[in-house]
Design a protein around this ligand. Structure first.
Ligand code: GLC
Ligand code: CA
Length: 549
């Protein structure tokens, strides 16, 4: 059995502060707004809050472009308010983890301002600078994750700097030991303040293999996605080990790395009990299974990915369980059905991911079944990734309508609309016009109404969390798929000593059947998203349950 840890027994909740709750009515969520809602999170059953970046930032990428790691964004509040938040979270028996964004800083960070000031500046090598090619063009053809080149030309010093994300997010040069040391001391500064851990942003990208040169392009595109040379590259673990020894090992904290590109095969290096650098990672493999235009969610592929992670980390590592975050669309709209089976699909997906082995994360609004936003034209988007791509396609005379259509369901803004608290104007998020519009469906989908309704998605989540905490089997028990080739139903057992639970969820809008060798003579339904008895031979659309065998 794996070692016991507080973070293995916890339920986490992600707050995107800009959109959570606005305390001073300027239309932007803030730290005091979060303080005001802590009791809501306690009532829900939350143990850990992951707060997306609240540091000083010019907000090119909503705080993921940090200009001062030791200060708070003006719109969000002050350091004194942050301290009050941390204290309040602790007083209420919860923990607070922050976002650690160290693949890059803002171009307005003093380190970068110095770095770009001259070729001989002491911080020149803190970022990645290269000469133009003889014809003046970019040093290579790598494409930014936010579209366009990864290189931005700097007139003053006549070199290009590298940015994997937006051009206002220059990448730090981790090859430089001074950079690694600066990151480590910053982390320790926050740990000494008393925070309980970090979600580590974009961490698989810190190492780049520039020796790979130009990468192959498709369809005569000018730039090639840089993943093969800038994600999970050889040598990265030496640096992560340095961070672990210089910081993480000295505190009783938890870490969850954002780990695009990490597969089960090398997971032990990331989260293994001996070789791992982090406690958990957010892997990405289950996120790419749904594409606009495809008729349905691929249940088999989903099961296969998650079960592989479960088995791979069994007794050696720990999973972070999640289906939504601030970079993903709303799952009830994409994987589920936000019309006819809104309640059923939100709760079925909830049961299925939540009770696997790992620490479950809920993204704000997921617990009330918030849906995608009805985007219409480019002005309704805020996401820098969409806007960049739109401008590029437009400049090339391409089909911008097709592009917007593609992004409607998948873009990151879907998850960033203001939290829907009640039926007041702007959903109770603010009395002022919010920085991003509230989803027009807030009169039907909001916290106040769901708190009152015993059959709401919110109350289902509360019950689900209670179930998860009712027995160690849901934390430490072994996971095994049931009827693994079933293409509609995701079912598995959790077993610890002589206790076995069956978790079952039909993830389609059609009736389905589960085949199960059930030796139990008295199965007991603990949680169920339909009225009446469950018939495993005839599961209704998105029917889901937790059954004690
Ligand atoms: C991560 C964050 C995302 C951000 C990016 C750059 O993927 O989750 O929101 O834009 O890193 O920091
Ligand atoms: Ca505010």
């Amino acid at each position: 059995m794996t070692t016991k840890k507080w973070w293995k027994e916890a339920v986490a909740y992600q707050v995107y502060p800009r959109s959570f709750n606005d305390s001073n009515n300027d239309g932007i969520g803030d730290l005091n707004g979060l303080i005001a809602k802590l009791d809501y999170l306690v009532d829900l059953g939350i143990d850990i809050i992951w707060l997306s970046p609240m540091y000083k930032s010019p907000n090119d990428d909503n705080g993921y472009d940090i200009s001062d790691y030791f200060d708070i964004m003006d719109e969000f509040g002050t350091m004194a308010e942050f301290d009050a938040l941390l204290e309040a979270v602790h007083n209420k028996g919860m923990r607070l983890i922050l976002d650690l964004v160290v693949n890059h800083t803002s171009d307005e960070h003093p380190w970068f301002i110095e770095s770009r000031s001259s070729k001989t500046n002491a911080k020149r090598d803190w970022y990645i600078w290269q000469d133009p090619q003889p014809d003046g063009s970019e040093p290579n053809n790598w494409e930014s994750i936010f579209n366009g080149s990864t290189w931005e030309y700097d007139q003053k010093t006549e070199q290009y700097y590298f940015h994997l994300f937006s051009k206002k997010q220059p990448d730090l040069n981790w090859e430089n030991p001074e950079v690694r040391q600066a990151v480590i001391s910053m982390m320790n500064w926050w740990f000494d303040k008393g925070i309980d851990g970090f979600r580590v942003d974009a961490i698989t990208h810190i190492k780049k293999s520039f020796d790979k040169g130009n990468l192959p392009t498709t369809n005569q595109q000018k730039f090639a996605p840089a993943f093969d040379a800038a994600m999970n590259q050889p040598g990265i673990h030496t640096w992560l080990q340095e961070v672990k020894e210089g910081s993480l090992d000295h505190y009783d904290i938890m870490t969850v790395g954002e780990a695009n590109g990490v597969s089960p095969a090398d997971a032990h290096l990331w989260v293994g009990e001996n070789e791992g650098k982090f406690d958990m990672i957010f892997q990405f493999e289950h996120l790419g299974l749904w594409q606009t235009g495809e008729s349905s969610f691929d249940v088999l592929a989903y099961k296969n990915v998650l079960a592989t992670w479960q088995k791979r980390l069994e007794n050696n590592g720990w999973n972070a369980l999640f289906i939504e975050n601030h970079d993903q669309p709303r799952r009830v709209s994409t994987w589920g059905d936000d019309q006819q089976f809104w309640y059923e699909s939100a709760t079925s997906h909830a049961i299925v991911y939540f009770l696997q082995q790992g620490t479950p994360f809920i993204y704000q609004g997921q617990e009330i079944g918030m849906t995608n936003y009805p985007f219409e034209h480019i002005e309704t988007f805020n996401d820098v990734a969409v806007i960049n791509e739109y401008n590029i396609v437009k400049a090339q005379g391409g089909d911008t309508e097709a592009l917007l259509h593609k992004h409607k369901m998948e873009n990151r803004d879907n998850g960033r609309t203001p939290m829907q608290w009640n039926t007041d104007k702007h959903a109770g998020f603010s009395t002022a016009e919010p920085w991003f519009p509230v989803n027009p469906n807030y009169k039907d989908i909001n916290v106040a109404q769901q708190l009152e309704d015993p059959d709401s998605i919110l109350n289902f989540y509360k019950d689900l969390i209670k179930v998860k905490k009712s027995d160690d089997v849901f934390t430490y028990g072994q996971f095994d798929l049931v009827d693994e080739n079933n293409s509609q139903v995701f079912a598995y057992t959790r077993k610890l000593n002589d206790i076995t639970y069956l978790i079952v969820g039909n993830l389609t809008d059609k009736n389905a059947q589960l085949s199960l060798d059930n030796n139990s003579n008295k199965p007991q339904t603990i949680l169920h998203n339909y009225d009446g008895d469950i018939d495993l031979q005839n599961l209704r659309p998105f029917e889901a349950a937790v059954i004690k065998l």
